[in-house]
Design a protein around this ligand. Structure first.
Ligand SMILES: *Cc1c(COP(=O)(O)O)cnc(C)c1O
Length: 190
């Protein structure tokens, strides 16, 4: 499933898509996105209202023309981030994965306070002092959300918990220049 929400590298403002190989899913998915409805008097599936309308599809076609250039520009910002932060003790940066073509959607960084000297929250606060708004993405973890309190048996997930508490997702967008990445990195390193 692909999200085309406005915050994504490729977006249709809101909406998404499902890709599948099994042809037998075609009708099931068509019904599910359209109230579960086949014809006006037949509802073979439990469904919702999840149609991607023409207006958003048109927006997607407009954005499709720019997406390759956007990804290339994001890649340049990421390259600079890795040059500046990739070898710093106590900082673990996003790395490209073998066999995966990245779209540079996010640039997550994990801070280890013992080695780096400052916690994720302290770094985020210092950046905010300088009008740079990094996000604690994704935090809090799902098992910590109050809406699930007492509803499920929660198993310990120490690695996810550690990541959620120490991760900061640094600013990343196509028009972020390598010079601006330097400004952000200078503040973090200072
Ligand atoms: C965008 C995103 C979502 C939400 O997608 P929607 O299309 O808004 O439902 C969930 N998880 C991750 C990791 C995402 O990046």
């Amino acid at each position: 499933m692909l999200s085309f929400h406005a915050t994504k590298v490729f977006n249709t403002i809101e909406g998404g898509a499902v890709a599948y190989r099994d042809d037998s899913l075609t009708d099931k998915l068509r019904f599910q996105k359209n109230f579960g409805m086949d014809t006006q008097d037949s509802y073979p599936e439990v469904g919702g209202n999840a149609k991607l309308d023409e207006f958003r599809a048109a927006m997607g076609l407009c954005n499709l023309r720019h997406v390759d250039a956007e990804i290339e520009k994001r890649g340049k910002a990421v390259k600079r981030y890795i040059e500046r932060l990739g070898h710093v003790d106590g900082i673990k940066t996003w790395r490209p994965q073998e066999g995966v073509k990245p779209n540079y959607a996010y640039f997550p960084v994990v801070f280890d306070k013992d080695k780096f000297g400052k916690s994720r929250d302290e770094v985020a606060a210092e950046l905010a002092e300088n009008n740079i708004f990094a996000r604690k993405y994704f935090y809090p973890i799902t098992t910590g959300l109050e809406c699930y309190n007492g509803k499920f048996e929660i198993q310990p997930t120490p690695i996810a918990k550690h990541a959620a508490e120490n991760i900061l997702t640094l600013p990343l967008y196509a028009d972020l220049t390598p010079d601006e990445v330097d400004v952000i990195c200078d503040i973090i390193l200072r």
